[in-house]
Design a protein around this ligand. Structure first.
Ligand code: BES
Ligand code: ZN
Ligand code: MN
Length: 501
């Protein structure tokens, strides 16, 4: 892995293979362009008929001795007035596959927009996330593949001398930890369900916990039965791969009340007896994206060591149809005793999460956040980029939304509309697992709300953005790792918010 360093050197004087300089729409020069005095970089860019829009880039080889770099890569940033730290992340992300083929890279791009620390963190995340590849299952190597061991040896973020170098360096270290966690979440999502079973997820969590120093407890069938986790057991009962509950704990603040996390860990969602059609089933190995994002968030938190406590309880099961599977009409008894009538076995995520939420609520955490690829309805509402945000508490909702916006992983709030709660009243049990077709993301959230026992709680429906069917600025087709960045940011800001008050 490359060395990431911070420097206040002049762009003209860094001797690297590639110097990445930003250009705003116009074209207008971004930071560093004017430091290369002997060459009219902006003129060369304009002569190539480029405007500085997002996605544009031009490599200019150095033919003289006007500056020390072997070449300059000019990258379009879009409108100057609209640029944020996330513009920086994505601009570097788009050219990252090119950059990691070089040994040494430097860039002024962090000076283009956003707060210094956010932008420095974004630049490093951009190169790491943008060059992410998942080729573990490929037997050959493709011509244009990012080299498995990237050539990149040193990546230097250039800042002005007025910036706090210590803070900039800390932001870079944070970026490496966050990007590593995101890549791990992506790997887990991309791993086929044949290999990525509930037990595999549990073992991965255990291995990670040992590596970074987290407490970890795995609940198997006997413990789940004893503990009354009827939702997890019910959903898992159709599969040859038994379910698990993965518990992780981080202690950074002694006996303080913890923040709690959970995530949907359906290793494969066939729909069960309410079976999905072939098209809808194609991507259902990603139905553990919530679980993966919570495991990865815990990994990042363990390495960043904020002064807070965080607990996670992650339910994992495989939803399969078989002679031992649950049937429509069956009633399950959840942790804590509430019962649910399963009218549709394809609404399984809420059944496993109910147990985990009830279990976490027993521990009286400050807040609970869950991430779940829960409903197609949410994808219809918000599309492939935004996750839905549901909450019973204005403050937590605001904090989580703000965290997501800051790190370029935004969600959008949807209502827990009171009148739809009655749609999941059951004739035989306390509650039923499906409502009407319309407003399906809302009734799913209402089902979860039933189990949090008044704890301030936020539910993130990540069914849209957990997985992407096309390559983007920050990675290829497949698992995205959303919302790891948002959750890490949320927890880190809890620690600093605590310090202030
Ligand atoms: N895992 C799916 C939701 C999903 C859909 C995730 C599309 C990613 C992309 C979930 O378990 C599911 O099947 N939900 C059903 C609920 C319905 C039966 C009430 C849905 O959304 O259709
Ligand atoms: Zn599902
Ligand atoms: Mn389902």
């Amino acid at each position: 892995m490359a060395q990431f360093t911070y420097s206040t050197a002049s762009p003209a004087e860094v001797s690297v293979d590639v110097l990445v300089l930003p250009i705003f729409e116009g074209p207008e020069p971004g930071p560093g362009i004017r430091d290369i005095k002997a060459v009219d970089l902006l003129g060369i860019f304009a002569a190539a008929k480029l405007k500085g829009k997002k996605g544009e880039s031009l490599l200019v080889p150095n033919t003289g001795d006007a500056y020390a770099a072997r070449s300059v890569l000019l990258v379009g940033m879009g409108k100057r007035a609209k640029a944020t730290a996330d513009t920086v992340r994505r601009a570097i992300g788009r050219v990252a596959p090119q950059l990691v083929k070089q040994a040494t890279v430097a860039t002024t791009v962090a000076q283009a927009a956003g707060k210094p620390e956010d932008a420095v963190q974004a630049a490093v995340e951009g190169v790491l996330l943008g060059s992410y590849r998942f080729d573990r299952y490929k037997s050959g190597k493709k011509e244009d593949a990012v080299p498995e061991v990237p050539a990149l040896e040193a990546f230097t973020v250039l800042g002005p001398s007025r910036w706090d170098a210590k803070k900039a360096k800390a932001a870079m270290a944070r970026a490496e930890v966050v990007a590593d966690a995101v890549a791990w979440a992506r790997d887990l999502v991309n791993t086929p369900a044949l290999d990525c079973t509930p037990d595999f997820l549990a073992k991965e969590a255990q291995k990670m916990a040992r590596e970074v120093g987290l407490e970890c407890r795995i609940w198997g069938m006997p413990e789940l039965e004893k503990g009354g986790f009827g939702g997890i057991i019910g959903v898992g009962s159709g599969s040859a791969n038994p379910p698990r509950l993965i518990e992780l704990a981080y202690t950074g603040a002694g006996k303080a009340q913890p923040y709690a996390l959970t995530g949907k860990g359906i290793s494969f969602d066939s729909g069960g007896l309410s079976i999905k059609d072939a098209n809808q089933m194609e991507t259902m190995k990603d139905d553990m994206g919530g679980a993966a994002s919570i495991m990865a968030t815990m990994k990042a938190i363990a390495r960043l060591k904020p002064k807070i406590n965080v607990i996670a309880a992650i339910p994992s099961a495989e939803n399969m149809p078989s002679g031992t599977a649950i049937r429509p009409g069956d009633v399950l008894r959840h942790r804590g005793g509430k019962t649910s009538e399963v009218l549709n076995t394809d609404a399984e995520g809420r059944l496993v999460l109910a147990d985990a939420l009830a279990y976490l609520a027993e521990q009286r955490p400050k807040t609970i956040v869950d991430a779940a690829t829960l409903t197609g309805s949410c994808v219809v509402a918000l599309g492939p980029e935004l996750y839905g945000v549901f909450s019973n508490d204005r403050t937590v909702a605001r904090d989580v939304l703000a965290a997501g916006r800051t790190v370029g992983e935004p969600g959008w709030e949807l209502p827990l509309w009171e009148n739809y709660r009655q749609d999941i009243d059951s004739a035989v049990a306390d509650i039923q697992n499906v409502g009407k077709r319309w407003g399906g993301a809302i009734t799913a959230a209402w089902f979860l709300a039933e189990f949090v026992d008044g704890t301030p709680w936020v539910h993130l429906d990540i069914a849209g953005p957990a997985f992407t069917d096309k390559a983007g600025d920050l990675g290829p087709k497949g698992g995205t790792g959303i919302p790891v960045r948002a959750l890490v940011q949320y927890l880190l800001t809890r620690a600093t918010a605590g310090k202030r008050s």
